[in-house]
Write a protein that binds this ligand. Sequence first.
Ligand SMILES: Nc1ncnc2c1ncn2[C@@H]1O[C@H](COP(=O)(O)OP(=O)(O)OP(=O)(O)O)[C@@H](O)[C@H]1O
Ligand SMILES: [Mg+2]
Length: 267
Amino acid sequence: MTGKCRIIALANQKGGTGKTTTTSNLGSALAKNGKRVLLVDLDPQANLSMSFGIDRPDELKISMNDMLTHIVKAGLSETPLPNKDVYILGNGKFDIIPSNNTLSIAESNLRNELGAEHTLSELLEPLSQDYDYIIIDTSPSLGLLTINALTACNEVIIPVSTQLWSITGLVDLVETVYKVKKKLNKQINITGIVLTMCDERTLLYKKASDLIREFCENKIRIFNTRIPSTVDVGKANYVSKSVIDFNEGSKAAHAYKAFADEVITHG
Ligand SMILES: Nc1ncnc2c1ncn2[C@@H]1O[C@H](COP(=O)(O)OP(=O)(O)OP(=O)(O)O)[C@@H](O)[C@H]1O
Ligand SMILES: [Mg+2]
């Protein structure tokens, strides 16, 4: 088997930049490459869980909130966690720890607890031996849940939509990653920015990508692969599939596979 598990957080506190779409397609592409993949839904919106085919996340037996609250209240060593098959679901290709909207109260449950930033890390640490990749989808916020993702991961990938102006958000995000690196997680590095919803013919695309290139200088990688803007993504979402599983021949599927190859290369 391959070496150490890579734990990657997909983060951007701006809404709708393609975090969830990128998580599900990266997971799907890595699994097709024979990698053992666990997706982690750390967003109370539960879009990733729904794209996995969980139609009613509110009916989950055990939710991400239960797991995090269990860890922070009891401490791992005292009360054992439930069996993995209770909180990890699989589809034969890859696994997921789903979430639902109760996760929004986890943030307040965790807030006053000692070491709350490390809660997700405690959950994922023992799982890292079972997977080659653990990919965490975060919510559009830099709150305690996202800080948990940044503390638990060793890499961050930042999806940036070229159809939205999100440069100001990028400054705050990169600063947050550096703060986390200093205070909570020395392992963390930014693997790169992936440009999503690209329509390369438009002036908006050119302006947005120039601005991002300027922001990154030579310090932050911008992945070569541009994820095209296409209706296939919406169609795939509609039937709860990754675009790769929905239409493997589509442009978006090809792009996500090429992106996954880049991720594999740039560890
Ligand atoms: N390449 C694409 N082409 C067209 N539409 C896309 C593409 N990628 C994502 N979308 C659409 O844009 C919307 C936002 O995408 P997505 O949910 O992945 O973003 P997000 O960053 O996870 O959002 P949030 O911040 O709310 O969690 C969705 O409706 C999705 O279907
Ligand atoms: Mg999302």
